[in-house]
Design a protein. Structure first.
Length: 244
């Protein structure tokens, strides 16, 4: 029997990268998974998986997602807010529309989905919320002002959720990935050899991360083994942050 047999999960940004790897891992552990993405998830086929095409930035996205989870599975035990974007440029030159879009996707959508899902999750008495932050939830990056600000905010939001939801048996944590090979980073890796070299040299493990590395960390935080961990930012970066 899997770790999450019969439990239900929502995973956003589930069509690729970390979200896809997470959905696959949870399905392997026996969970029912609502896979949410703005792109169709045609490759993920499993009897316990339901895929819906939703842009988390849409005003009614949270209602659509939570309603869909309840209609298909009858409950929400796990919420994994993974959908995100970068939008790099300096603060001075950044278009306000880019700033607003990054904040909408990376922060506002997370807040709205948490707010919509919490009343349902309280019923399980073991609800788990996992938000995807970044090493930039601790550090900062030049020309990454919007992204860095949004990920710092995710840390604060998650810690607050942990304080507010503990009495209901719920935990809230965030993951801080380092340089992970995903659909967002792959074009940079392909076009700029210095990107991989920079991050590999910073890591004591001398490699970039894989989506499965993050999925494994999420799987642990969702498990009963992590039931006394809440309000925590779990760094999964191959040791990069220790040398920053």
């Amino acid at each position: 029997m899997g770790l999450h047999q019969g439990l239900t999960a929502i995973v956003t940004g589930a069509a690729s990268g970390i979200g896809r790897a997470t959905a696959q891992r949870l399905l392997e552990e026996g969970a029912f998974v609502l896979c949410v993405d703005q792109h169709a998830n045609e490759d993920l086929s499993h009897e316990h998986a339901v895929s819906i095409v939703v842009d988390v930035a849409d005003n009614n996205a949270a209602e659509i997602v939570t309603t869909s989870a309840i209609e298909h599975f009858g409950a929400i035990d796990f919420l994994i807010n993974n959908a995100g974007m970068v939008g790099g440029s300096s603060i001075e030159t950044m278009d306000i529309l880019v700033w607003d879009r990054v904040m909408t996707v990376n922060l506002h959508a997370v807040f709205k989905l948490c707010k919509a899902a919490i009343p349902v999750m309280k019923a399980s008495q073991r609800g788990r919320i996992i938000n995807i932050g970044s090493v930039m939830s601790t550090l900062a990056g030049s020309a990454m002002g919007a992204y860095t600000s949004s990920k710092h905010a995710i840390a604060g939001l998650t810690k607050t959720l942990a304080l507010e939801l503990g009495e209901y048996g719920m935990t809230a944590n965030y993951i801080q990935p380092g340089a992970i090979i995903t659909g967002i980073t792959q074009p940079v890796i392909d076009s700029d050899p210095n990107f991989s070299e920079f991050w590999i040299n910073k890591s004591p493990l001398k490699r970039l991360g894989r989506p499965e590395d993050i999925a494994n960390a999420i799987n642990f935080l969702l498990s009963d083994d992590a039931s006394f961990i809440t309000g925590h930012g779990l760094v999964v970066d191959g040791g990069v942050i220790r040398q920053a």
